[in-house]
Design a binder for this molecule. Structure first.
Ligand code: GAL
Ligand code: CA
Length: 332
């Protein structure tokens, strides 16, 4: 008798537990997504991409957790383990180190958890092939450099006075983003190639790179350049992103200098600076679109559907397993 009461008691406890578990599942909203951002200090990732991820997750009643990898790949690897142990249905990872994709992909594969890498494209050739449930959402990095270069070339041709020393050569300085990051590498190279492609001669006076693409770096570096031996010779400032350009603009203002300056991302503040005539151009990096694609893909793969099913996103057919959201030039 006693024994059967006990087993009834156990059965009731189990039943209540099961109900509360399923209730938790439905109230937290269906699909669970564990996301990392390489560094919450990044204006674009934190200011544009993260809010858009939250918005679209909410629209889809998904439960999204976003963690800060604090610019440490080892930390991010641990965060991925924790998400997997918690049993998230989809992982969305903004790598810290684009060369470290293999570790993250192997973890997802071992757990059979679908993985969407976003904004930092893996640099190791063939690494996307080691797992059938990994995809990439980002851009075609080269495009941003080409667009930036084209607008610089057009402005240079329209403003004869920009060639301060009248030597027919554009003396420029370059604020580069994270070395090894496909966006930083491609922007630095393609912007210059496209300026040259428009028949303009260029001379690089200085180039400095910042792994965190930060405003502080832009400020410190530009301030140092302006007081260096070649400070007076600078004719154009090119930045791989708006964040660094903002810092450079502050440094110029402090030094009482005004030079043509260009960024990438099209952050709100950049549009404002362009209106005020303090910045000359930027390139829209459609972070909202990228976030939208990440969530659309996550919903699909969590439901076992094809990644782009029922959406307008197109997967590249070149083996990169990538959705590439277009860039747009912005000069006003
Ligand atoms: C780029 C963006 C930069 C920075 C970087 C971080 O796409 O233009 O501002 O956010 O990603 O990986
Ligand atoms: Ca010149």
């Amino acid at each position: 008798m006693k024994k059967s009461y006990f087993s009834l008691f156990v059965a009731v406890i189990l039943a209540v537990g099961a109900v509360s578990l399923s209730a938790r599942g439905s109230s937290s909203g269906g699909v669970s997504i564990g996301a990392t951002i390489y560094n919450f200090g990044d204006n674009f990732m934190n200011g544009v991409v993260a809010p858009a991820l939250k918005k679209h997750a909410k629209e889809n009643k998904a439960s999204l957790t976003i963690v800060d990898s604090e610019n440490q790949q080892a930390k991010q690897n641990d965060q991925v383990d924790i998400f997997i142990n918690k049993g998230v249905q989809v992982l969305a990872v903004n790598l810290v180190d684009p060369a470290s994709a293999r570790t993250v992909i192997e973890k997802a594969k071992a757990a059979d958890t679908p993985l969407i890498l976003y904004n930092k494209e893996p640099t190791e050739a063939g690494v996307m092939d080691i797992y059938d449930k990994v995809w990439y959402v980002g851009t075609n990095s080269a495009e941003s450099g080409i667009l930036q270069g084209e607008m610089i070339a057009a402005d240079w041709k329209a403003n004869a006075g920009w060639d301060k020393n009248g030597d027919g050569v554009m003396q420029y300085v370059m604020l580069k983003g994270e070395p090894g990051h496909p966006d930083a590498e491609a922007r630095t190279k393609e912007a210059i190639l496209s300026i040259k492609g428009k028949g303009i001669k260029v001379q690089e006076l200085a180039l400095q790179a910042d792994p965190t693409w930060s405003t502080q770096f832009g400020n410190d570096t530009m301030a140092a350049w302006l007081t260096s031996g070649f400070g007076e010779e600078i004719e154009v400032v090119i930045a791989n992103n708006d964040g660094m350009a903002f810092g450079a603009i502050t440094a110029m203002e402090s030094a009482g200098v005004s030079l043509p300056i260009y960024g990438v991302d099209a952050l709100e503040q950049a549009l404002q600076l362009i209106k005020e005539g303090k910045m000359n151009g930027t390139v829209l990096n459609d972070g909202k679109g990228q976030a939208h694609a990440v969530i659309d893909l996550a919903m699909n793969v969590a439901a076992g559907k094809a990644p782009t099913a029922g959406t307008d996103w197109k997967l590249e057919t070149d083996g990169s397993k990538a959705i590439r959201v277009p860039y747009v030039a912005v000069t006003e």
